[in-house]
Write a new protein. Structure first.
Length: 737
């Protein structure tokens, strides 16, 4: 600052230039010689804190003889040493030569920092005048202003970039000044909110955030929280885009740091489903079918929602454009609507295709989710008005295992196949009963026949298997079944038969697997009749036999329980049993035989001898009990009066031969001696077949006749002094007695 000298004061009051000059000279002369009025002044200065030293000028106004020195020092103002705002100057000495108008310079060094501060100042003062006796005025001081060249650069980030209507999960922006606010007051940073399109709307879609954020003194950041409103509307994800705007006390960072985005996830969604509200269409009259795609809620987006779908291809699926009018791959559901329709308009193409399906499956897209199965797919079936009518005939109705002579069926579509691919006609094979079995009885024919493109018929050949089984004639009956690309003719044209002749037969043989039976305890015997193979005819096979009669053959019914004249061998069996159960008849018959011989019948042949006959023998439990009585207990030598014994079997001899009963003759003592005392009676008596008794005559030899008529013996008598006792005529003795 300037000091008002006496010359200055006087000049302010004096008007006349001459007077001014006079006064000035007088003053100069007075003070110049007396050392009064010399002054050192210091100019106020300013500089930026980041520009280095600030140079300060001290000026001597009037000469001082011999010169002098003065010290300068800094004193804190708003800039302080404590805050490291500058480097202190303490008693820095300025040396003046004493020349009038002389200037000396010194510097003050501000501290370069990055703090955003207000401009600060300090004071420079002088003291410690040395080297002169003059009273140099050094009371002047200067204010040094340090200009703050730092500023706040506001930027914005989304420190939580996602929010959701679900549970009102918040998102958040951070506005950063880049440095701590040291202004002593809040810094208000402005921002703009993007609108339109998929941008969320302040207040409506999230709690009000205003248009600015305040960053308090001592803070460097401010937060803007996005709290979504759960509005129940299907909006899809919406964005909150904030862009910083100019304001006071800060600058805005350049892109991209001046803008940030928080996305709000919608918890409401359109769930697209599809149904076939008209699931049938037809080439006849081009009757349409129709699908309905439903969002599940009214479209409130303000724009159409386009729902995508995939069309199934291949197999029996109809082809878009070819089989029905083009439906594209999506349906548009207008704003304000909840459904969209897809109409299937068949093309009457004249091709025999059979029913074809249009299967649509919803696909992902924008603004909707796809419902889960089965609600994500639907089917419309197009009925074909063109058809092949398949019929079947047996063009060769007989086959045989002999030489594997084949049979054959012909399947006829009724028209040439023009589909470009084979038509496979299905058939069912009759089973059970006398039906032959596929693979087992004839070579595998599968269950379908393929009729090639360009052909109208297909052949099914029956090649019999020569299986060695006795089956009889078997049938192959095929009945056409439904399939793709054809219809089945009505009866009787839907079925046909080939008959396979069997070249195998059953050979019946017989054995006595238990060849002995007995009247005792009715122990049975048994025959087995064997066909040589399992009966697979489906019915019993009846094998006939003859029963031997006469002689020692037992008699059916009389000697054993009735066995009939045949045995039945059940289906699934190979043998039949004939059981001989003897009748305990009380007759002494001796062993008797049951001899069966197989006889011709239906469904079998008879084995050759000896396998065509077998025997079971029945043991008799009855026997002859021989007893003896003296029916004429006295004899006499006088007149050779005879005595007689009777031997009785207890039953008529039915053996067919005499039964010879032995006896012993007592000797010694008073016992007569055979031959000596009476005609020889031998040691046995023969009881003829058909008789139950035999006589033994005891009479002296010498008589003409040893016996008489009526005793069962002929021409009995003596021969050579011996009695022809009991000897029948066939022995040849009678003629010699």
């Amino acid at each position: 600052m300037k000091i008002n000298t006496l010359s200055n004061i006087l000049s302010n009051f004096l008007v006349s230039n001459k007077l001014k000059f006079l006064v000035f000279v007088s003053t100069l002369l007075f003070f110049g010689f007396n050392g009064f009025g010399q002054t050192v002044s210091i100019e106020d200065e300013n500089g930026n804190e980041d520009d280095g030293t600030i140079t300060i000028t001290a000026t001597l106004d009037i000469a001082v003889a011999g010169g002098f020195t003065v010290d300068v020092s800094t004193v804190d103002g708003t800039a302080t040493i404590a805050d490291n705002d500058y480097t202190a100057v303490s008693s820095f000495t300025l040396t003046f030569a004493g020349n009038p108008g002389e200037q000396q310079f010194f510097t003050v060094l501000p501290t370069s920092d990055s703090f955003v501060e207000l401009d600060e100042d300090l004071t420079v003062s002088m003291g410690n005048l040395q080297g002169t006796v003059e009273a140099v005025n050094i009371t002047d001081s200067a204010t040094i202003t340090i200009n703050n060249d730092d500023s706040y650069i506001a930027s914005i980030t989304a420190n939580d970039a996602t929010a959701s209507e679900t549970g009102s999960a918040t998102g958040q922006f951070t506005v950063d000044l880049g440095a701590t606010n040291t202004t002593g007051s809040p810094i208000v940073v402005n921002f703009n909110i993007a609108t339109g399109g998929t941008n969320a709307t302040n207040v409506t879609d999230y709690a009000n955030i205003g248009t600015s954020v305040s960053i308090a003194n001592g803070q460097s950041t401010g937060l803007i929280t996005i709290t979504p409103v759960d509005d129940g509307l299907v909006e899809g994800p919406e964005t909150v885009i904030l862009t910083l705007a100019a304001g006071t006390g800060y600058a805005v960072a350049g892109a991209p740091n001046n803008t940030a985005t928080v996305t709000i996830a919608d918890n409401d969604s359109y769930i697209a489903s599809i149904t076939a509200n008209d699931p049938t269409a037809s080439e006849t009259g081009s009757a349409t079918g129709q699908f309905t795609v439903d969002l599940g809620a009214t479209n409130t987006t303000g724009s159409p929602i386009v729902v995508n779908f995939n069309i199934a291809t291949g197999g029996t699926n109809a082809t878009n454009v070819t089989d029905y009018a083009n439906i594209g791959t999506s349906v548009s559901i207008a704003n304000g609507q909840s459904t969209g329709l897809i109409t299937i308009t068949p093309v009457d193409d004249g091709l025999v295709e059979g029913p074809e399906t249009v299967i649509l499956t919803l696909a992902a897209g924008t603004g909707y989710a796809v419902a889960g199965a089965p609600n994500n797919t639907a089917t419309v079936t197009i009925a074909d008005n063109d058809s092949y009518i398949a019929s079947i005939t047996a063009n060769d109705a007989t086959a045989s295992e002999t030489g594997s002579a084949t049979g054959q069926f012909t399947v006829d579509l009724g028209a040439t196949n023009t589909t470009g691919s084979p038509i496979v006609v299905n058939f069912n094979i009759a089973t059970g009963g006398t039906n032959a079995t596929n693979v087992t009885d004839y070579a595998n024919i599968g269950t379908s026949v393929s009729i090639a493109n360009g052909q109208s018929t297909g052949l099914i050949t029956i090649t019999p298997v020569d299986d060695g089984l006795v089956e009889g004639p078997e049938t192959v009956i095929l009945t056409l079944a439904a399939g793709t690309g054809y219809a089945v003719a009505g009866a009787p044209n839907n079925t046909a038969t080939v008959t396979i002749a069997d070249n195998d037969s059953y050979i019946a043989s017989i054995t006595a697997n238990d060849p002995t039976a007995s009247e005792t305890g009715s122990a049975t015997g048994q025959f087995t009749v064997d066909l040589g193979a399992t009966n697979t005819t489906g019915s019993p096979i009846v094998v006939n036999f003859n029963i031997a009669t006469g002689g020692t053959n037992a008699t059916n019914v009389t000697d054993y329980a009735n066995i009939g004249t045949s045995v039945s061998i059940a289906n699934g069996q190979s043998t039949g049993l004939i059981t001989i159960t003897p009748v305990d008849d009380g007759l002494v018959e001796g062993p008797e035989t049951v001899i069966l011989t197989l006889a011709a019948g239906t469904g079998y042949a008879v084995a050759g001898a000896p396998n065509n006959t077998a025997t079971v023998t029945i043991a008799d439990n009855d026997s002859y009990i021989a007893s003896i009585t003296a029916n004429d207990a006295t004899a006499s030598e006088t007149g050779s009066a005879t005595g007689q014994f009777t031997v009785d079997l207890g039953a008529t001899n039915t053996t067919g031969s005499p039964i010879v009963v032995n006896f012993n003759i007592a000797t010694g003592g008073t016992n007569a001696t055979n031959v000596t005392d009476y005609a020889n009676i031998g040691t046995s008596v023969s009881i003829a077949n058909g008789q139950s008794t035999g006589l033994d005559n005891d009479y002296p030899c010498g008589r003409w006749a040893c016996g008489g008529p009526g005793d069962g013996y002929t021409d009995l008598g003596c021969w050579n002094g011996l009695c022809c006792s009991g000897r029948p005529e066939q022995y040849g003795y009678g003629d010699h007695c």
